[in-house]
Design a protein around this ligand. Structure first.
Ligand SMILES: *[C@@H]1O[C@H](CO)[C@@H](O)[C@H](O)[C@H]1NC(C)=O
Length: 143
């Protein structure tokens, strides 16, 4: 039992050491991967999507995304750290009704994605491309 525990700690320590070294020596490797986040407007040809995304350190500014266009940015994600971006978004339909939502665009433990994290705003809400099932799933409905 004690031996197993110390083996587990040794493995964990090794992983941490490898992680620290790879962060510097393997900038495009899997451990410290560059991730691209895409937020698409798939609502309707007349809908303009207002988008404002931020992380703790970066304010990506306000953007207006027209139909079938996307706003995209990239960052280096550490698999052991939680990297968090969130966006406020809204759009108005032709009847003048405002739809809005505030959502988390990337958090390694909640929304697993590989190099590309793809979000799609649609008439009923905001979808996330689930890389494991290979299709978009509705994550946030409009408020
Ligand atoms: C819509 O979103 C933009 C970008 O976040 C924001 O500046 C604006 O105030 C929002 N509009 C409303 C009516 O909430």
């Amino acid at each position: 039992m004690g031996k197993r525990l110390s083996l587990a700690s040794a493995v964990l320590l090794l992983i941490l050491v490898v992680e620290i070294q790879c962060a510097n020596e393997d900038p495009d490797g899997l451990i410290n991967i560059r991730r691209h986040v895409h937020v698409r407007n798939d609502i309707s040809p007349t809908a303009k999507l207002n988008l404002h995304c931020k992380s703790k350190d970066d304010d990506l500014g306000q953007h207006v995304v027209t139909y079938q266009q996307e706003f995209t940015w990239s960052f280096r994600g550490n698999i052991f750290a939680r990297t968090l971006f969130w966006c406020n978004m809204n759009w108005t339909n032709r009847a003048g009704h405002l739809f809005q939502q505030s959502f988390t665009t990337y958090e390694s433990k909640v929304t697993p994605c590989g190099k590309d994290c793809v979000w799609s705003a649609r008439t009923d809400g905001v979808y996330f491309l689930d890389n494991f099932v290979g299709r978009f799933v509705l994550v946030y409905s409009w408020k």
